[in-house]
Design a protein. Sequence first.
Length: 688
Amino acid sequence: MKIDTHSLWTTRRSITFALILCLVMVIGASSAQEPPSTINAAIPQRAAAEDGEGVRPTIDRNSLGIERGDVVTAITESLDPDYVLPNALVPESGPITVLVELEGAAAGAIWQDAASPGALVPQVASRSASLLAQQSSLLAQMQSQFSVQKLGDLSITANALILRIDAANLEAIEAMPGVARVIPDQFGEFTNADSVPFIGAISVWENSTGITGTGIRIGIIDSGVDYTHANFNGSGNPATYAGNDASTLADIGFDGSRIVGGYDFVGEGWDAGLPLNPDDDPIDCNGHGSHVAGTAAGSGVNSDGSTYNGPYDASTTAMDLSIGPGVAPEAEIYALRIGGCGPSVSFVAAAQAVEFAMDPNGDSNPADRLDVTNNSYGGFYGSPQELLTQQFNIATQAGVVMVGSAGNEGDTYYVNGSPNVADGTIAVASTTNDTTYGGVRLLSGEVGAYPSYPTIIPASQSVNGASGYFGPSWVRRVGDAGTGGTGGCSPSDYDSVPRDGMPFVVIFDWDDGTCGSNQRMTTAVDTLGVYGDGSGGQLHGLIAVTPVDDFPFILLSCGYDDGGGATKAPVPCVSILREDGLNILANPLPYDVDMDSALTSTLGFSEGDQISSFSSRGPRMGAETGLQILKPDIAAPGDFIYSTAAGTGTDGTYLGGTSMASPHIAGSAALMRELHPTWTVAQIKALL
């Protein structure tokens, strides 16, 4: 499957193996932006559950680290001291955000090889306080010489200051005594009704006396979470989402949802290159994080739009649900926002989010660290020497299960993404899964209609297209590259269409053009107008024929852009199998076309457990010369996943990518943490 990356960011091991193993252990258990100058906190004021630690189940965190002899090696001392990250994109002057790593190990480095991490928490807290004092002294020296604004600090997972500086001073700051290196902010990208049963999660719910993630805390490090959505027990009212002040929790809090804490580390309106301007409201304006959170731990949504609150057992699949539950539907969710409304994420914000996961209440004591985090973002060709990667390793040694996406760079060696190349992280590749798709129905046609079309042609419906019953409509091909067309990317592709007022559905071969689905939809609407809106337009819908090498579908995001950004398109937009598309192209006649989103179909054969074409491959290079580490670690369904659609109140949407695979494993890890509260991260990783 191909993903329309022009318009939709997406950010061979059998996944069946993962939850079969879980089930085996279950059975065994049953029998035995510019920030204000006042931002100085190490981590800003936490938005957390009301100090409700007492209501959590007893989990022994004293033994949750990586066992001695595990593959994880030295974090600070073994690194190449000459290694620096590329600064080619750093301007010669002007304000930039940097992470200044200081000499001396992070407080959490003492967890390395610790048999009982919990016993070391007081030492980590003491070391953290000492580092913060040292950082404060060094910061004062910097501010006496340069214009420096402090944005934050890290002490548990890294020994670093987060600063806003003039790029012209970067090298001078890096040369100061006590400074190890200066790292300019880097920017990565964001890389269930069928998939959750497919991996066997229901078997765990059913056969282990209600293991559903209760009391386990999952941090979703992503674009935020739409806590107003019914899938998280929010109000389910789109007006609540639209009216929310996205810069504060003072108005509606977390809307009564299952989101119990979080923070926005980038701030409303942030995009790559803009200064960070954090606030306490991690509401999602992108959609990626909400989709991910729904897969990991969504409650489920009933057909009437209300939140599904159980039971979570074998009967769940028989329920008439609009959105199926996530893998750990009763886990507590923390929304840690590190990206804006576009596809970019800030690695500096990610570093702060990891620190938050280790110390949610911000008191420098990691006793309250989260149980699991999901990290569906990253770059490619990841290095084990990057600071964020080192933070991940410290977190895993402390007992936090760090799960992340492998990346969507395809079948290329060593392309596995950072920071999820960390030794202790569970890096997740994507597989296909047996699923139910949308459909297009050609109810009638004139003589000559191709005789073999099925009752419902399998189709992948666009994220942003409208839905409804459309017909009769003449199906017309546009943009044929064989006659100089561009696959619907240019207005000239529509020159041959008669302007007779008759409605029609556009069909084009995706490979005839190079633009994305937003541009194709916008071009069609602007050129033809929309039929039935009183303008005399003719457009009824768009159908994209999937390229031959991208079986079964290309995932579309057919928004309409009037110059102010893409919004929901006024007509439906789908992609169909190439075979069906070629049949329609050979018989372009007036059909009674039904493109309703309620239509469903299957491919008629098993397609599960195949590695996705876009999924990044490994291995990765180790910190030592010549050492190669096996990555990704595991695979999960990510090809065509239905989960939360942010801002809709109750609706879901299909997205694809390793970003969608990772939360399946994060949810699985939450189930295993509940089932085996004293197990080490290494044990849980090995089990999965």
